[in-house]
Ligand binder design. Sequence first.
Ligand code: NAD
Length: 499
Amino acid sequence: MTTSQIDTLASVEAFLARTHASFIDGQQRQPRTGAHQDLFNPATNRVISRVQQADAHQVELIVQSAQQAFKSGIWSGLAPAQRERILLRFADLVEAHGEELAQLETLNQGKSIHLARAVEVGASLNYMRYMAGWATKIEGQTLDVSIPVPAGARFNAYTRREAAGVIAGIVPWNFPLMIALWKVMPALACGNTIIIKPADETPLTALRLAELAIEAGVPAGVFNVLIGKGSEAGAALVAHPKVNKVSFTGSTAVGKQVGVAALHNMTRFTLELGGKNPMLVLADADIDKAVAGAIGGGLLNQGQVCAAASRLYVHASRHKDFVEALTAQVSALKIGAGMDPDAQINALVSRKQQDSVLRYLDIARREGAQFTTGGGKPDLPGYFVQPTVLSNLQQHMTSVQEEIFGPVLSVLPFDDVEQALDMLNDSRYGLTASIWSNDLGRVMDLIPRIEAGTVWVNNHVPVDPNLPFGGYKQSGIGREFGRAAIEGFTETKSVCITY
Ligand code: NAD
């Protein structure tokens, strides 16, 4: 356990002292009737700020504002290079305010300040600049056609990619700033307007981003933020007939409801959902690297990562060494607040999430798992759970099948690769997987046989703006990032001209 803390910036204190509300048409607007909601610091269980939830009138208002901004052409009508320049200025402002944004995220979400700086801000900046560049690179195709009538007629046919319109971006609480930007940037690069619905627990950085976007020159009404409960404001937004596309990231259970609601209006949607991601450690693997990969890929953000390694299949000949090394390193991790630069394991986002992870640990205990380290909560006021390694498991057990979304690593041995492959693919999820081996031939044989949207080799968890990201099976529908994001935030129009 560690206790030192970095100093909170004065700008962060000032932002937290405000009572925030939905960001509509260029500014925060108080609802007529919306309820107040306290926001907590997960490391202390103390209230750090508060928001007013949107009422039904505000949901209507925010959609109208986004629709008017879209139809006016104030954004979609700009030359692509103008949009690109404004989005790059937005990235510069996020960089200039990086420490402020990182601290806000750590205080509201619980994650390590190092992770907030490096990933929420640092990785997001790469993503922002990459996506800003797409504004000037959106293209269609010219196509030869063979239409026989009228005889002798000549045709010219081509496709255009056009902005889809009003986008609803629904964001989870695990990476609130980064995932908001995953939606805002491609949506705006394509000329759309967007309404971000942050998770109930973590709305602060999205609100700050909206202010910075205005400062960068994004016109009012183009980037809005809806504050409110997912089951109320979020559900009303997704079901709104004037929303043209829903980009949802969150749990599989809610994603199914969102997909059904969107389908009702034929609203386009992509779903980026949960995962129960395997690591496959072959007999020849470098065990030190694989253990480091399991800790980095499995315990990052306290395991609250959709792509996190959480099922670790290790060849029987290396299983004992692997479990011993993993246990020694995991049990030495220092637990403390995200604002403590020495802490390696931080609080989970909420009391609800802490309770949920502890419940999974109880189930594992009842099902006969062996806890080689961890298994409970430390004596701290916040929402902490000890990092935990489980062994003596079987494939059907809950800790092998269900997404725990906490600092829990489940390790299983396997004897031959075919058996391991069956276990890997025996999951309703298919988001990511990693293979640990230097046997190139074997690795290349395995890659196409793994049911996952991303396969990593000798690493687990890096994502890149240029690599499509999304899931097989119940991990989602559609892909985001790269060209896939541009396709997802535009409609294709075919044009056929007779001349
Ligand atoms: P969640 O599904 O509970 O909530 C996600 C968002 O949906 C929140 O903003 C919430 O307020 C909103 N919401 C809830 N009910 C809604 C409804 N009926 N209609 C519209 N919106 C609604 O997820 P969470 O607990 O915030 O996040 C954790 C989950 O997200 C995990 O399952 C994780 O794997 C997944 N996730 C997936 C990815 C990915 O890219 N595949 C990335 C991060 C997180």
